[in-house]
Design a protein around this ligand. Structure first.
Ligand SMILES: [Cu+2]
Length: 202
């Protein structure tokens, strides 16, 4: 009887997409070179092993509120669709010239009927044709294992199959430079402090 229950639990976990019990969590405290917490840093893990990288089927949202993109910074797996709801009672015209995704949603109100597919990895910087100071940054990564730091500089990546990874950090103020690849062997839950350079002059 006990065996049967274990089997059912495993089966349900697989159905619900819940990581198996042996999955590990990586917690990162992200600091700048002066030791201050860094918000909106992106961290992601590339697997050094051949185990399959699961695809998370999510639709992301980048709102426009008070002539501002919310959130300012996003990270998603390559292949994610993004919707751009306009919460203002004026029209916006969202566009990007970035090589990872060139697109435009011409002058619109409310929510466009089709989300935009981001099918290449890389940095996408978005703006609005009408309001020059509107900007949003989206990083597309070829891995489901990513996180973005909160105001306290903390970022957490859950559900990791134990194994060898490369950890990469990216910061939107220095979009063309990452902090290099840090090899990480994850066997149990791990907490690390990561120092990144946040300004080009440093
Ligand atoms: Cu606008």
């Amino acid at each position: 009887m006990k065996r049967a229950c274990a089997y059912v639990t495993l089966f349900l976990s697989a159905l619900a997409g819940i990581p198996p019990a042996h999955a590990v969590t990586l917690t990162l405290q992200i600091r700048d070179t002066r030791g201050a917490a860094v918000e909106d840093a992106v961290v992601y893990l590339m697997s050094n092993q051949s185990h399959r990288m699961p695809v998370k089927n999510t639709t992301l949202r980048i709102d426009q509120v008070d002539k501002t993109f919310v959130p300012l910074v996003s990270v998603a797996q390559t292949g994610t669709r993004v919707s751009f709801p306009n919460k203002d009672n004026i029209r916006h015209h969202v566009y990007s010239f970035s090589s990872a995704k060139k697109f435009e949603i011409k002058l619109y109100a409310d929510t466009p009927s089709q989300p935009v597919l981001f099918d290449k990895p890389g940095v996408v910087v978005m703006g609005c044709n009408i309001h020059d100071n509107m900007v949003a940054h989206l990083l597309l990564v070829d891995t489901p294992f990513f996180a973005q730091s909160d105001r306290q500089g903390n970022a957490r990546i859950d559900g990791l199959p134990p194994g060898d990874y490369s950890l990469i950090a990216w910061y939107y103020m220095r979009p063309d430079k990452d902090a290099g690849e840090i090899p990480l062997s994850l066997k149990t839950d791990t907490t690390r402090t990561l120092t990144i350079t946040t300004r080009n002059l440093e």
